[in-house]
Write a protein that binds this ligand. Structure first.
Ligand code: 3AM
Length: 179
C-alpha cells in the first residue's frame, strides 16, 4: 500500500516567498520549503491496481492551465487550531481542476473524505495555545495583506507520502500536464 495525494507543486520563487512569510510568523513545526504544496485530493493508502486506475484517470483529464495567487493567512481547527496556512485567491479554474481530480479518483475506486475543499498551503502543523496563540494571531493580523505574484499552474502532481518519524517525505510519482 502506498500513501498518496494529488497536489500542485509550487515554483521556487513562490516557495521562497512562503518561506519568508513563515519566518516572519512565530510558528513551530514549520513545513520545510521543499514540502510546501497545494493539496488537491488526499487519496490515502492505495493498493497497486487502484493506484494504476487513479493514474489512468488523472492522465485522461483535460484541463486548461491557469494562474492563481496565494494570499492571506488562516488557521485550521476552529477553537483549537492545529495548522497555519496561506490561503488562495478565489479561482474557478482551481475548483474545476480539484473537482476533476476528485472525480477521477472516485471513479478509480478511491474512497475520498467528503469534507469541503478549502484551497490552502499548510505552513505549520502545530497546536498553538495560550500566549503562543495570541502572539500568532497578532502576527497573522499584521500580515493579512500578504499575496504572492500570480503562480502559473501548468500541471498537477501525484505524490507518495512517507510519514514515519519526524518530517513527512514526499516523492513525486507522476506529473500531469494541463493543456
Ligand atoms: O497539504 P495539507 O497539509 O493540507 O494534511 C495532509 C496534507 O495536506 C493531508 O494530505 C496532505 C498530504 O499529506 N492529509 C493527511 N491525512 C489526511 C486525511 N486522513 C489528509 N487529508 C485528509 N484526510
Amino acid at each position: 500500500m502506498i500513501r498518496t495525494f494529488a497536489a500542485l507543486d509550487l515554483p521556487a520563487a513562490t516557495r521562497d516567498r512562503l518561506r519568508m512569510l513563515g519566518e516572519m510568523l512565530p510558528l513551530k513545526r514549520r513545513v520545510p520549503p521543499e514540502n510546501l504544496h497545494l493539496t488537491l485530493v488526499f487519496l490515502g493508502e492505495l493498493d497497486d491496481p487502484t493506484l494504476e486506475s487513479a493514474h489512468d484517470g488523472f492522465d485522461a483529464l483535460r484541463h486548461p492551465a491557469f494562474d492563481l495567487r496565494i494570499e492571506g493567512l488562516g488557521l485550521f481547527g476552529g477553537d483549537r487550531p492545529r495548522a497555519v496556512y496561506a490561503g488562495v485567491a478565489p479561482s474557478e479554474a482551481l475548483m474545476r481542476l480539484q473537482a476533476g481530480v476528485a472525480r477521477a479518483a472516485r471513479t478509480a475506486g478511491v474512497a475520498l473524505a467528503t469534507r469541503r475543499f478549502v484551497p490552502h498551503v499548510t505552513l505549520a502543523r502545530w497546536q498553538p495555545r495560550g500566549p503562543d496563540l495570541v502572539r500568532l494571531e497578532h502576527a497573522m493580523a499584521q500580515m493579512s495583506g500578504f499575496a504572492t505574484d500570480p503562480v502559473e499552474v501548468t500541471e498537477f502532481v501525484l505524490y507518495r507520502s512517507d510519514l514515519g518519524g519526524g518530517q513527512a517525505r514526499y516523492t513525486e510519482l507522476c506529473r500531469y500536464p494541463l493543456a
